[in-house]
Write a protein that binds this ligand. Structure first.
Ligand code: AMP
Ligand code: ZN
Length: 470
């Protein structure tokens, strides 16, 4: 049984997808007007771990992530993409392409799986307009001089995610700058563009551009249907973004939009949220420059629960790096070990127990710190058996495979180059084995040379030959 904490119910709940065995996930994607930072990577690593946990449990997953390339406004109602465009003397399209490419590369460095669908806001203007039309038709939206607005008091459940109900918002409202709005909490769905605005599209209500929240309601519905299983983001997304997404989607369909809302707590630096706007951000490239590998950072993320704020420090990363290298070393020792003692049944039991404890930990609201502790406990015990020479080759192989199995979720082991040999080289290896079995040593040596010419060397071990890239 998988359990997740749901921001909506404020409880840890049993997870049941709408459709049995098929999970529909939406990740709020980045606003691509500047470099991504470690805070983003922390949130997307959590989303990746969640997907991997579902897949580990043999569930089929469809993961969608958007790219916000229009509509994310600053306090003064200026689009962040336009500010970047002025700053860098590039078109918004070029800005988006540049920062999205780096963001995706950084994700890959952290072994974050590619979502099945990545969708850009600017390529879904029609879908957003369709949704706005629905909201106008059923009375949840209204038109004023500068655009179309969502009528917040009309949606009775407003505030159910964040606690920011209409009454509370009324008390806290600042002096309303737009006197035509019916309520201070009403938010823009479509904004009429001022002359010269770089990003604008035709619409039934005049040329303009979408508000920030409508894109996620429109794109999630398009690719996943009206009812999603899981929706993720960082804690700053809870309000107003996700509260408004609920109002838009449920206002339009009358159905429950999302079953489980999952939010990562902030990654902080010196006690303050790492953010583009605060200018205190650190990038993956900054940690690489100091000699750390991205997967050491992934390890640091794993040992911090996603619902605990992560205070980034260099000492913390250094400690994570040391522990991470111990895992790599353990795997290297097992790979090269030639264990010759008798079979140890205690290890069979240990493997079974560790596998159970690992599953229990990851399935309980992604308790990765506990799952990592299970792995370390296992490694320590195996290391002891190795020192005492109390295991055979089968024990070694099974121990190795167990950590490999854990890594389906952790994804901290480096890609093994020897398994990446192309098909024709693998075929050559097979031919060599055949020649060796037939004791045709000349042929076997010839094939070895051929394999070498293809850039691979053969490592003969007790468990058979392996290929390693030269
Ligand atoms: P943005 O590009 O600001 O829209 O952020 C993209 C995603 O990263 C959102 O889900 C944010 O909540 C998340 N995020 C941004 N900064 C942080 C941070 N310091 N810690 C955790 N998540 C963050
Ligand atoms: Zn979103």
């Amino acid at each position: 049984m998988i359990k997740f904490y749901n921001t909506l119910s404020k409880k840890i709940e049993e997870f049941k997808p709408v459709k049995k065995d098929f999970v529909r996930i939406y990740n709020c994607g980045p606003t691509v007007y500047d470099y991504d930072h470690l805070g983003h990577m922390w949130t997307y690593t959590m989303a990746d771990i969640m997907r991997r946990v579902l897949e580990y449990n043999k569930l089929k997953v469809r993961q969608v992530m958007n790219i916000t390339d229009v509509g994310h406004l600053t306090e003064g109602d200026v689009d962040k993409m336009l500010l970047a465009s002025e700053r860098e003397k590039k078109t918004p399209g070029q800005i988006c392409e540049f920062y999205t490419k780096i963001f995706m590369e950084n994700r890959r460095k952290l072994n974050i799986l590619e979502p099945h669908i990545i969708c850009k806001a600017t390529e879904h203007i029609k879908e957003m307009q369709g949704l706005i039309k629905k909201l106008l038709d059923n009375g949840y939206a209204y038109k004023i001089t500068d655009g179309i607005y969502y009528n917040v008091p009309k949606f009775k459940d407003y505030g159910k995610l964040s606690g920011n109900t209409v009454e509370k918002l009324e008390v806290g409202a600042r002096i309303e700058v737009n006197p035509e709005k019916k309520h201070p909490a009403d938010f823009a769905l479509w904004i009429i563009a001022k002359p010269g605005h770089l990003m604008q599209w035709d619409s039934p209500w005049g040329r303009g551009y979408p508000g920030w929240h409508i894109e996620c309601s429109a794109m999630s519905t398009k690719y996943l249907g009206d009812e999603l299983d899981i929706h993720t983001g960082g804690e700053d997304n809870i309000f107003p973004h996700h509260e408004n997404e609920i109002a838009q989607s449920e206002g339009a369909t009358g159905k429950k939009f999302v079953r489980i809302w999952m939010h990562t707590r902030f990654l902080n630096i010196e006690g303050e949220k790492m953010s583009k706007s605060l200018g205190n951000f650190m990038r993956l490239q900054d940690i690489e420059k100091k000699g750390f590998e991205p997967l050491a950072l992934r390890y640091l993320f794993l040992i911090t629960h996603y619902r605990t704020p992560l205070n980034f420090t260099w000492e913390g990363l250094k400690a994570a790096d040391t522990a991470w290298k111990r895992v790599l070393e353990f795997m290297d020792v097992l790979k090269n070990l030639k264990a010759k003692s008798g079979h140890n049944e205690e290890i069979d039991k240990l493997i079974e127990k560790s596998k159970e404890e690992f599953s229990e930990a990851i399935n309980f609201d992604l308790d990765t710190p506990k799952a990592v502790a299970v792995m370390f406990d296992f490694m320590n015990k195996i290391n002891k058996f190795i020192a005492e020479k109390k295991l055979d080759q089968k024990n070694v192989l099974e121990s190795y495979n167990l950590v490999k199995d854990f890594d389906k979720v952790f994804a901290i082991l480096k890609e093994e180059k020897e398994t990446k040999a192309p098909k024709d080289v693998l075929k050559l290896l097979e031919d060599r084995e055949k020649a060796r079995k037939e004791k045709d040593w000349t042929k076997a040596d010839e094939i070895r040379e051929k394999i070498k010419k293809n850039g691979f060397m053969i490592l003969d071990g007790d468990s058979g030959p392996r290929l390693k890239k030269i």
